[in-house]
Ligand binder design. Structure first.
Ligand code: URA
Length: 240
């Protein structure tokens, strides 16, 4: 899609666009903007029906992806359309971690594809990043029915997948998008307002918390803070 058309789409959806002014990532300030507890019996894919030894041509990454696609660790496998592994660059400097797939993400198997996703794309662009440069995934790989908050056991079931993704990608920074992501990754109940604005450490990787774009679409006044947090993340990656 060309830039003009993209801007027209965003304008029609009521989304303000962030445009970097110069090579220095400076941007106009924001104008503000988740059953039953029955274990799954039937895997969705036949990945585990294959012999235990995977063909050597399959990379660790592909194995992990296949494992996630066939996951039956929690009850969400009964209601999902498909799992959402994540999209983007497998060797990205930036790993962006949201909460969980919503309806559109569950249907398409891609993260952040709705209106909030468009805003996330603009936030990344304002930080000088295209979506395909970063790796975007979620705390949960399956959609919780009705978009309710993830349950602790669901996040726990997915945590090993996320840790292995992190170890393969080896990002220079993790952007925790939204309260659920921040609290789950940092293992805290602290409010997001106390978690944002500083650089945390997750197993040796700097982690910056940013407000969820769905929240920013409703809370215009917080966009400035989100911009400050993105700048903090950019400075952290650059070592400044
Ligand atoms: N919200 C999230 O946190 N993740 C998605 O993939 C979509 C919406």
């Amino acid at each position: 899609m060309d830039n003009t058309t993209r801007l027209q789409y965003l304008q029609a959806m009521g989304i303000d666009v962030w445009i970097p002014r110069t090579s220095t990532p400076a941007v106009q300030p924001f104008v503000e903007g988740k059953l039953e507890e029955i274990p799954c019996l039937k895997p969705e894919s036949n990945a585990f029906e294959q012999p235990l030894e995977q063909p050597q041509s399959l990379s660790t990454w592909d194995n992990l992806q296949a494992e996630v696609a066939a996951c039956t660790k929690c009850a969400l496998c009964q209601t999902r359309t498909q799992t959402l592994f994540g999209t983007g660059n497998k060797t990205a400097d930036w790993m962006v971690i949201g909460e969980a797939p919503g309806q559109h993400e569950d249907e398409q198997g891609k993260p952040f594809v709705g209106k909030a996703g468009l805003l996330l794309t603009e936030m990344l662009r304002a930080a000088g990043l295209e979506r395909d440069e970063v790796f975007i995934t979620n705390i949960l790989k399956c959609r919780p029915p009705g978009n309710r908050d993830p349950k602790p056991d669901e996040a726990e079931s997915c945590s090993d997948y996320l840790r292995r993704q992190r170890e393969l990608i080896k990002p220079k920074i993790i952007l925790a998008v939204g309260r659920i992501s921040a609290q789950t990754l940092l293992k805290t109940d602290a409010p997001i307002g106390k978690l944002r604005g500083k650089v945390h450490d997750l197993d040796g990787i700097p982690l910056v918390v940013v407000y969820h774009p769905a929240y920013l679409l409703r809370s215009l006044l917080e966009k400035r803070k989100a911009w400050q947090d993105l700048q903090l993340a950019v400075r952290t990656v650059k070592g400044k």
